[in-house]
Design a protein around this ligand. Structure first.
Ligand SMILES: Cc1cc2nc3c(=O)[nH]c(=O)nc-3n(C[C@H](O)[C@H](O)[C@H](O)COP(=O)(O)OP(=O)(O)OC[C@H]3O[C@@H](n4cnc5c(N)ncnc54)[C@H](O)[C@@H]3O)c2cc1C
Length: 379
């Protein structure tokens, strides 16, 4: 087994590093949870797309570089090491695009992916509902058949970035008489500015509208925007959750860069006693996660599926992020309390890590039952 990168992979990494060095904005962009920041991040996506860096692993015909998983991971390491901005279209790129590659039509891929790569259309994920979070299959928003398409009605919630985004994808109950809750669901794309859609922003802990509730009242969606077969929505959507929890949502690059920043901050603060072991833990944790990910990636490339192991990743990165960010805030002291430092913004977001992409309680159940073979818990 050869663990070294190929000359092509090394050259790719160097090309990415050089491009990022020349293009990453000198000053951080405003928070993407504000209208101004959202627009600035959208412009950054367009700049990335000019040289096909916005979705490096996609086929070239849709705006990617056909780079594959290994080079995508290398790109991510370079991206975060360069201090490049957070990705405003992550829902689209990490969740919707893989679904369209596997289950969409050629027409959908050609229509949806290039504007996504250029940041012209930013996507929100409309899965959760007020009574359907962990128990997503109990969702009630419905899709009713009409001429040439479907009428969507109901309420979605916690849609990240929907306050400023353009379109959304979500699950809807199209057959209320199906024998089981996860049957009779259809996966659809819809326009957040279509007649019948009301977007009500929800403020995060720091007051920024990081999410929105969506109220849908007979919103027309043409057949062309159904992903896969009507009634098969659950199976299609679940294929994407492994991506979300596992490899693609949180690549190790972001934690390696954050641990290095934490280390630099610790030195700047004069290496205060009592924090040394926590900073060392952060550096070791980032490296361990990187190695675990490379192992998972090579298994994936050998044809194995990630399966329930992506739940291990999810629990790890979410708890790691909180510990790392709390250490940074402790080092900053009173300055860290200010809502406007990038560490405090990161902290607010890190707190949500054990919840979004499936809560850690649910992930632990999956690990216990499917990886460790323990008996099913009481539900
Ligand atoms: C920052 C953030 C961004 C989000 N972005 C999006 C988005 O873009 N799109 C979207 O659709 N959703 C999004 N969500 C919603 C997220 O997916 C849900 O919050 C999550 O699935 C949990 O659902 P819930 O909030 O309804 O909590 P519940 O499901 O009501 O859970 C409440 C508590 O009970 C526990 N619990 C529930 N059932 C069990 C069980 N069977 N066993 C053990 N414990 C259990 C949970 O783990 C949790 O601690 C986001 C959430 C956050 C915090």
């Amino acid at each position: 087994m050869d663990l070294a990168f190929t000359p092509e992979e090394v050259a790719f990494r160097e090309e990415a590093r050089a491009w990022l060095l020349a293009h990453v904005p000198a000053a951080p962009l405003p928070s993407l949870e504000t209208a101004e920041g959202f627009a600035a991040h959208r412009a950054w996506e367009a700049e990335l797309a000019t040289e096909r860096w916005s979705a490096v692993d996609w086929p070239t015909e849709y705006g990617g570089r056909d780079a594959g998983l290994v080079r995508w991971l290398l790109f991510e390491e370079e991206y975060y090491a360069a201090g490049a901005p957070g990705r405003v279209n992550q829902n689209g790129i990490s969740l919707l695009a893989p679904t369209l590659f596997d289950h969409g039509t050629q027409e959908q891929r050609t229509r949806v992916l290039p504007p996504m790569a250029r940041g012209e259309v930013v996507w929100a994920q409309a899965w959760s509902e007020p009574e359907a979070g962990s128990d997503l299959a109990s969702l009630r928003s419905k899709a009713v058949r009409t001429d040439g398409g479907w009428l969507l009605s109901g309420q979605k919630t916690w849609s990240s970035r929907a306050a400023f985004a353009d379109r959304a994808f979500g699950l809807f109950r199209s057959d209320p008489d199906a024998p089981k809750p996860h049957q009779g669901l259809t996966y659809l794309m819809f326009d957040l500015r279509a007649p019948g859609v009301t977007v009500r922003p929800i403020a995060r802990l720091d007051g920024k509208p990081a999410f929105a509730e969506l109220f849908l009242d007979e919103v027309f969606v043409p057949d062309a925007d159904v992903i896969g077969e009507p009634g098969q929505g659950w199976r299609i959507a679940m294929a994407a959750t492994g991506n979300e929890r596992g490899l693609t949502l949180r690549s190790p690059g972001r934690y390696l860069a954050a641990a290095n920043r934490l280390h630099a901050l610790w030195r700047e603060q004069g290496s205060p006693g009592g924090t040394k072991a926590r900073v060392a833990d952060a550096l070791i944790g980032a490296r361990a996660y990187q190695l675990f990910t490379w192992t998972a990636a090579s298994r994936f490339l050998d044809g194995e599926s990630l399966g329930p192991e992506s739940s291990l990743n999810k629990v790890f990165w979410s708890e790691y992020d909180i510990a790392l960010t709390e250490t940074a805030l402790d080092l900053l002291g009173a300055e860290g309390e200010s809502a406007d430092t990038d560490w405090s913004e990161r902290y607010v977001f890190a707190l949500a890590g054990p919840l979004y992409a499936g809560t850690n309680e649910i992930q632990r159940d999956i690990i216990a039952e499917r990886l460790l073979g323990l008996p099913k818990g009481r539900r």
